[in-house]
Design a protein around this ligand. Structure first.
Ligand SMILES: C[S@@+](CC[C@H](N)C(=O)[O-])C[C@H]1O[C@@H](n2cnc3c(N)ncnc32)[C@H](O)[C@@H]1O
Length: 248
């Protein structure tokens, strides 16, 4: 999803783009914003698009900076919310080194870091850090890979129950790769081995009459995966799932 895509989307934005603010079932994002908001603070809404979060942010913060790569989205945001006097609008690409220097108290960045390119994502994350004051707060929403895979599992499970064939396999990857990707079958020491998602385990055990299902990580040293790995993540390890459950 590059700039061109976002420039063309504004006219059909509501039909094409998922509205996190509206769909957040427990209003968890709003709750976090409320917790850290103050009329003394500045906030950057990075990847603001047509400005769904701007009325909320405008009421909670001293100053709001609405930033987006797409000039047409910024224009829509201005048309919709330009009457709110504490909002500044700015077209800017977060995947390049910025000319402007910000020092926000809070950054809200909802589903904006979507670009597949690894290097560009790194710059985006670096800029989020650069644009915050020390001890500033980041509220970040990104698509969850686990959720994508879990949805695939649920669709497949439902199709099998209804005896519907999986004719969704399209595109350039082979059927085998597609199957492996969707089903979590990855090679361990050359042996195709099933890997589970937490939510998949809970659903499967629920299907088979278990209750009180509790899933935890059994953590291992990185040496299990690869010897002498440089740059190990601090306090994060590879894991298996440990499940405890009770027969209904
Ligand atoms: C899915 S929309 C999310 C909009 C908004 N945050 C919301 O929750 O309604 C993603 C937005 O991020 C913007 N975006 C994507 N890449 C960007 C970049 N490199 N720099 C700044 N904005 C970017 C897009 O133009 C788009 O408006």
């Amino acid at each position: 999803m590059e700039k061109d895509f976002w420039e063309k989307i504004s006219d059909n934005y509501d039909e094409e783009i998922h509205d996190v603010l509206k769909s957040d079932q427990k209003s968890i994002v709003t709750a976090h914003i409320n917790r850290i908001a103050s009329k003394q603070k500045t906030v950057g809404d990075i990847g603001c698009a047509i400005g769904k979060w701007l009325p909320l942010l405008s009421g909670l913060f001293k100053e709001v900076h609405a930033i987006d790569i797409s000039q047409s989205n910024i224009d829509y945001a201005k048309t919709n919310h330009g009457h709110l006097k504490n909002i500044r609008f700015r077209q800017m690409d977060m995947t390049v080194n910025p000319k402007t220097k910000y020092s926000f108290d809070v950054i809200v960045c909802v589903n904006a870091i979507l670009i597949p390119d690894y290097e560009k994502r790194q710059v985006f994350f670096k800029n989020l850090n650069r644009f915050l004051k020390p001890k500033g707060n980041l509220v970040l929403v990104v698509p969850a890979f686990e959720s994508y895979l879990f949805s695939e599992f649920i669709i497949d499970r439902s199709n099998r129950k209804e005896n519907i064939a999986d004719d969704e396999i399209k595109g350039k990857i082979s059927k085998a790769e597609h199957f492996a990707f969707k089903q979590g079958t990855a090679k361990l020491e050359q042996t195709p081995t099933k890997h589970y998602l937490e939510e998949e385990l809970i659903t499967t055990l629920g299907d088979f009459g278990f209750t009180n299902i509790n899933v935890e990580k059994v953590e291992y040293s990185w040496d299990k995966e690869v010897h002498d790995l440089p740059n190990k993540p601090l306090g994060l390890y590879p894991w298996d799932w440990l499940v405890t459950a009770v027969k209904k």
